[in-house]
Design a protein around this ligand. Sequence first.
Ligand code: UDP
Length: 421
Amino acid sequence: MLTTVELETRELEQYRTAVLPGVVEAIRDDARPLRGARVLHVNATGYGGGVAEILGSMVPLMRDLGLEADWKVISGSDPFFGVTKAMHNALQGKPHRWTQEERTLWVETSRANAQTWEEYDFVVVHDPQPAPILGVLRADGRRPGGKWLWRCHIDLTDAQPETWGLLRPYVAEYDGTVWTMPQYVREGVSEANRFIAPPAIDPLSAKNVTLRPGEADSVLERFSVDSPRPMVCQVSRFDPWKDPLGVIDAYRIARERYPELQLVLVGSLAHDDPEGQEWLQKVLKHRSRDADIHVLTNMDGVGNHEVNAFQEAAKVVIQKSTREGFGLVVSEGLWKGRPVIGGNCGGIPLQVRDGETGYLVDSSAECGERLIELLSDEDTCRRMGAAGRELVREHFLLTRYLHDYVRMFRTLAGLRPSERD
Ligand code: UDP
């Protein structure tokens, strides 16, 4: 069964002060012919991770443009989410041999969710978990109307061929696909309606608004982080590809030089991510008895406001991933005017321009050295942070992504391209 996610309202007008001049008008003009169109986004979780983060703001903004937009999440058993996490890992390069039971569970969960299918003008299905929905509807002789997009948020550069082979026939059913970077597209994907659109952050969400003076410090105090002492942080699901253990190693290198340094690792436990608990335990073990490494989760009451405070209070934001589809957290850190040290992979180099908005690193040792460098150079931190904020303003705010969807829908509807295209 698909479950509708309840959403707050958002008005595009409120974004005017955050975005470049003319952006709000351009989106409205291009969306006008789409008014009244029924749009559905489908994904695997209403909470945790980048997709949920984006849809919570994107869908209300589509409504504000006059589209009848909804967001629904699929239901699935724990074994189903185990299978889709293995699939996610295999698409990022980790070998996995598929059993017939796993294949069946993946496809049949889509069939169960599609039982009471309603009609839409545009359906956007996110990532592999619900990808078979269109295929099973057709296989069952139903003829779902509307235009269908499959939106892939994952870095498929090293996708295991067997796993991509499983997904590909279902992806081929769609009218179009959306990718974060051209390099992620795998063989067998039609060139027709193949769109490149990186994700983006919401400057008005509680996670990204500018905090009042003192607000960040009071959050730090609440979690026993010493606000006068320097702190660096990483905010990420507890997941091997986010390399939380490597972040601790890098911190330990920097701490040799800066004994006062503290590390905050914030990680949510997402509903569709069964590995979270296991990796949280690994992180706690690796932390050992170091009281200056703060490991916090949503279960401790770390929500959007608190994440905002930690990113803002950090001297440097870290995202030491070894695979990263995009990495919203990178733009979140840059938007707060912080330099970001990021793993040199996936979508991170789109945001971390090496030496300009932060540093790209390939190891914990390098990350530690760059931390030392930045902690000793406030001017560079300020310069990189300012450059990062402007980079995000131009390329990675939600308004740009909203505009991308409006353009994609226009193309799929056969409307003439907007005058700016
Ligand atoms: N996030 C959060 N709390 C956490 C961990 C992550 O709010 O404890 C948010 C984070 O701020 C970002 C999103 O979840 O907005 C993660 O998106 P990203 O693209 O960085 O990674 P993903 O989880 O999608 O791989």
